[in-house]
Design a protein around this ligand. Sequence first.
Ligand SMILES: Cc1cc2nc3c(=O)[nH]c(=O)nc-3n(C[C@H](O)[C@H](O)[C@H](O)COP(=O)(O)O)c2cc1C
Length: 373
Amino acid sequence: MAGLFDEIKINKMILRNRSVRSATWTGMARKDGTCSPKLIKLTEKLARGEVGLIITGFTYVMPNGQALPGQLGIHNNAMTPNLRKLTKAVHAAKGKICMQIVHAGVQTGVKDRGTLPVWGPSAVHDKLYGWTPKPVTQKEIKETVEAFAGAAARAKRAGFDAVQLHGAHGFLISQFLSPARNRRTDKYGGPIENRARFLFEVFRAVRKAVGKDFPVLIKLNTQDFVRGGFHERDALFVAKRLDKMGIDAIEMSGGVPAAGDLSPARTKIRKTSDEAYFLSIAKKIKKQVSVPIILVGGVRSLQAISQILEKGDADLVSMARPLIREPGLVRRWRKGDKEKAKCISCNQCFGAAMSPQGVYCVVERRLKKRKKK
Ligand SMILES: Cc1cc2nc3c(=O)[nH]c(=O)nc-3n(C[C@H](O)[C@H](O)[C@H](O)COP(=O)(O)O)c2cc1C
C-alpha cells in the first residue's frame, strides 16, 4: 500500500515522494522564450517545498507552436544555458524536474505572429481563439515530429530529469486525437489508430532522441468533454498502445478550453467528493495498463490523496493551483500539518499569469495586504 511520502521510481528516475507539480504556465519566461531568474526562483521554491517531481509550464518546440506570452521555449539551442541554471537550482534543492513540451496548434493567443502560420490537423474554426488553422501537410507533420525530438534532446542536455509530451487540453497532439478537430482523410485522420499516428510518431522520435533510460511521460485527456471530441474509449486505446510502446508514466487529465465548466482546471471544489474529478475514468484506465498513472485535477486534501494511493487508483498525484498558493504544501503536510490545501480553485491565477509580473495567487496576495493594513 503506497502513501504520498513513499519514494517511486519512474524509469531510472527516483522521486522522493509521489507528489507532482502539474505543468503550470507562469508567464515568467522572457519574450524570446528564455528562462528568467524569477522563474528559477519560483521553481526552486517548489523544490524546497519538497514536491516530488516539478513539471515546467508547457514549452514550445517550434516558434509557431507558442500558445501564450511569457511561455518558455525549447525551439533552439539559445534556450539551453538559462534552462541549465534552472535544473541546477532544482537539483541543489534535492528536487527533480521534467520539461513539458508542446505545439499549440490552433490554441494560440499569440496575435502578433508576423509570418508565423497557425497550424492544425484540419481547417476547423476555433471560436475561442478566433483562428481557422492551415491544415498541416505530411511534410509539416514530419517537421513537427522532428521539432519535438530536437526539443527533448535539448531538455536532456540542459539537465532535465524527464520530458512530458503535452497530449491533452486541446493543443496540437490533442487536436489530432479529437474527431471534432481532425477531419483528415489521409493516414492521420479517421479511426483512432490514425488520429493517434501523429502522437505515436512524436513519441517514437522523442524516445530515439533521448534513449531508453530517459523518462518520457505524457499528459493525456481522459476525454475532451465537448461534442464529438476525444472520448474515454479513445483514451483507453492510446494509453494501452503507449504502455506497450514504452511510455514511462501517463498523467490523466481532461477537458479543453471550449469545455466550459468541464475544462481542465475546474472551479467549485468544496467537498472531498468534488476532488480528483478525473478519477473515475483514470482508474478504469489504470486497471488496463502497467505504466504508472499520475492523477491531476482538483486534488486538494491528504485524505483524498491517501484514498487514491492506498486503493491503487493512481500511483502519483499531481497539483497545479494549490502549489501556486502554497509552494511549500507538500513539506507542510510531511511535517504534520494535515489541513487541506488553501487553494479555493477560483482560477484568478490565470489572469495573474497574464500580468507583467507572472503567476501568483490573487487571494493570498489580497489576504496579505489586508493583514498589513
Ligand atoms: C495558471 C495555470 C497554468 C497552467 N499551465 C499549464 C500548462 O502549461 N500545461 C498543462 O498541461 N496544464 C497547465 N495547467 C493545468 C494544470 O496543470 C492542471 O491540469 C489543472 O490546473 C488542474 O489541476 P489543479 O486542480 O491541481 O489546479 C495550468 C493551470 C493553471 C492554473
